[in-house]
Design a protein around this ligand. Structure first.
Ligand code: 8YV
Length: 332
């Protein structure tokens, strides 16, 4: 790509905030998706065939088939999102296509929503709100034994994946009086453990048997697919709750639905699902579940910050510099 003379052709698969699109059009030869209809696989292949830079989102499957049919110009996939499980990273690397993401800018928003679910599920917030709105019910007033949930304070929270988001959840949870436990590939430094008063569990199985709420905050990789398998979910106490704002694929959703139906687990707060946008109807049927439409990072500020990151990655690349958010840092 003769970067100095020609603007790179950038194809954006979804509608982004206006301010982001305007700037992208100023800087690059940008093709937008004004009606925001997700690309089909055929459209994705077509886009990869002509673009210098592709800007996909979590709704695009940039798989082997797309990448092997990509045109020779495609050198950068600047993902609009932190998780990159929508991109076949190995094939991209083998073909010398850089992949960047948008780390850091979604941390606080995602942690806020995780905390909201940690509060909402045990305290039956969604059930109470739905009851008040339902024209079929007529609230009869306060009752000492009605709508009782479970106390949050002093309970044990087990965080699976103690990266940026996991730590941000821990900070919030600690302020609510929860005891922080975590499982991570690597143990945190002593200083952070002390600050969070966090207990490290090398064995996920052992942690699961002891905690009251589990929060999934790890990325979806081949190694974390169904990390919360049927066997592991069964280790949870019947009074335990599960919150997932990471990726649906980390949890065996069918097994979770079964355990919720039989009361073997107390409830779940789910912002992500295994087969989005499809949602297992058994989960939606359960009043032990608070389901959200993958909106943990959905703030205006967050989306603009994500766009800014995407722009910086593309601009650096177009100017012949290493994009800062390379998923394979060694590549460039
Ligand atoms: C994003 C997310 O909004 O960044 C991520 O990994 O899961 C979301 O919160 C989405 O991925 C946009 O592509």
């Amino acid at each position: 790509m003769p970067a100095a003379q020609k603007k790179p052709v950038v194809i954006v698969t979804r509608k982004l905030p206006d301010v982001v699109e305007t700037r992208m059009c100023e800087l690059f030869d940008t093709r937008l998706n004004a009606d925001d209809k997700p690309f089909t696989q055929a459209q994705l292949i077509e886009a990869a065939g002509v673009a210098d830079v592709l800007v996909p989102t979590v709704t695009d499957r940039v798989d082997r088939s797309v990448l092997t049919q990509a045109g020779p110009k495609l050198r950068l996939i600047a993902n609009f999102g932190t998780g990159v499980d929508n991109v076949d990273l190995d094939t991209a690397r083998n073909r010398g296509i850089l992949v960047t993401n948008t780390p850091g800018v979604l941390t606080e928003d995602t942690a806020d929503m995780t905390m909201a679910l940690i509060l909402a599920v045990p305290r039956r917030l969604a059930e109470g709100a739905a009851y008040m709105r339902d024209p079929a019910t007529k609230w009869q007033g306060w009752s000492p034994t009605w709508m009782l949930g479970r106390r949050i304070y002093n309970k044990r929270l087990g965080i699976v994946g103690m990266g940026r988001i996991g730590q941000a959840v821990a900070r919030r949870a600690k302020a609510f009086g929860l005891q922080i436990h975590y499982h991570n590939r690597r143990r945190l430094g002593e200083e952070i453990e002390e600050e969070l008063e966090a207990t490290f569990w090398e064995s996920l199985d052992q942690m699961l048997t002891r905690v009251d709420i589990v929060s999934i905050n790890c990325p979806h990789t081949p190694g974390t697919y169904h990390l919360l398998s049927a066997r592991r979910l069964k280790l949870l106490k019947p009074t335990a709750y599960l919150v997932n704002t990471a990726r649906g694929e980390v949890v065996d959703e069918n097994a979770l639905a079964r355990l919720l139906e039989t009361g073997a687990i107390a409830g779940a707060g789910l912002d992500v699902f295994e087969h989005e946008p499809a949602v297992n109807p058994r989960l939606l049927a359960s009043n032990r579940v608070v389901a959200l439409p993958h909106m943990s990072s959905a703030t205006i500020e967050g989306r603009i910050d994500m766009g800014e990151k995407v722009i910086i990655n593309i601009k650096a690349f177009a100017d012949g510099h290493a994009p800062p958010d390379r998923v394979h840092p060694a590549m460039f």
